[in-house]
Design a protein around this ligand. Structure first.
Ligand code: ZN
Length: 116
């Protein structure tokens, strides 16, 4: 069993590589959030348009699964119905922005460990 604070997945499709994602558990939402850290080798026109419109952007990750830092911020719940969750992941901790709409808004907590 491997314990980490972040899961890195390379999602391969049947016809092409769909890119790299990092996943972490968000206690504020009681669910996983993900960020794309690398585009596919051959992005579709829609993926390029989404990235240019900042709907499905590219994030950076420091490559560390036990003390991850992800940039830019991660924002969910704008287009979907439901609560907004806005955070930065820095050195293995989640910094919830005050515009988050859950109980951890404004708090900074350790990222929960997950079993890989
Ligand atoms: Zn969340």
């Amino acid at each position: 069993m491997i314990v980490a604070k972040l899961m890195h997945s390379i999602e391969a499709g049947t016809e092409r590589d769909l890119g790299d994602y990092v996943w972490f558990w968000c206690p504020g939402c009681a669910g996983y959030h993900r960020a794309r850290v690398r585009m596919p080798d051959r992005p579709t026109d829609q993926e390029i348009a989404d990235q240019q419109a900042n709907r499905q952007g590219l994030w950076t990750w420091n490559g560390n699964e036990s003390s991850p830092t992800i940039r830019a911020s991660i924002l969910l719940g704008i287009e979907q119905s439901g609560k907004r969750c806005h955070s930065f992941v820095t050195d293995g901790r989640i910094e919830y922005c005050t515009d988050s709409q859950h109980a951890l808004s404004g708090q900074t907590i350790d990222l929960p460990e997950i079993e890989l």
